[in-house]
Write a protein that binds this ligand. Structure first.
Ligand code: ADP
Length: 230
């Protein structure tokens, strides 16, 4: 395979179980998933089936009990924590159901701060933050703090923050789950547009089949394994 054909993220034979008293709760049982640049994947499965667990493992926030997660061809399970953190910070963006924005900072600062932590000057970070927020329709909300934004606006800031450091992988866990249907639709459109424009690989967990239908690929979890949907 040439580099172009290789998945940027590849999970192979991933297992994860949680101990519940004497018995083990088997969540992932040999899950395999590849995600390619420029591709958006909807992960649609019932609550409790292991979507968040899969995303946490994909994002190097958790270790699998068995199996391997490759990021750009690099096996990550044996890497030191500091290297896993470095890869996570540079290659992976997260969007959660709740926005988790810093309440005392403006929209612009919330998107600029992660870039400054990575070493960009305030000027450079502000420039990119402004571009991203404008792209997501928030040009007139740059100085607003999270409490001064609507739910859909807060989630758009969270999306801008997730891609601020130009990751190649975006992982989103029910990113529109807290929004009303109309706002969810709008935010989802913005998110998929951004994914296409930036050539990211995205895995988005959602309960919403209509929204999932707009993505390039749909997968579900069955008995702890990834299964392609129509
Ligand atoms: P989903 O995101 O599809 O709702 P999760 O990945 O959050 O599913 O959880 C899958 C299952 O694993 C659930 O039954 C949940 O209760 C269980 N689970 C998740 N995290 C833990 C944990 N830290 N300890 C024990 N059980 C857990």
């Amino acid at each position: 395979m040439t580099d172009d054909q290789k998945p940027i993220l590849y999970m192979n034979a991933v297992e994860r179980r949680y101990q519940q008293g004497d018995s083990a709760l088997e969540i992932l049982q040999g899950a395999e998933l590849g995600a390619w640049l420029g591709q958006s994947i909807a992960l649609v499965a019932p609550s409790g089936s292991g979507k968040s667990t899969l995303l946490h493992i994909a994002g190097l926030l958790e270790h699998p009990d068995a199996g391997e997660v490759y990021i750009d061809g690099v096996a990550t399970s044996g890497l030191p924590d500091a290297e896993r953190t470095r890869i996570r910070r540079s290659e992976i963006g997260f969007v959660y159901q709740a926005h988790h924005l810093l309440p005392e900072f403006s929209a612009l600062e919330n998107v600029a701060i992660p870039q400054m932590i990575r070493g960009l000057s305030r000027k450079e970070a502000n420039k990119r933050a402004q571009e991203l927020l404008s792209y997501l329709g928030l040009k007139k909300r740059l100085t607003h703090r999270p409490v001064e934004l609507s739910g859909g606006e807060q989630q758009r800031v969270a999306i801008a923050r997730a891609v601020a450091n130009a990751p190649r992988i975006l992982l989103a866990d029910e990113p529109t789950g807290n929004l009303d249907p109309h706002t969810a639709d709008h935010v989802f459109n913005m998110l998929t547009q951004l994914v296409r424009a930036s050539g990211l690989a995205a895995i988005i967990a959602t309960h919403n089949l209509e929204l999932a239908g707009r993505m390039d690929r749909r997968v579900t979890l069955q008995d702890g394994k990834i299964v392609e949907m129509a």
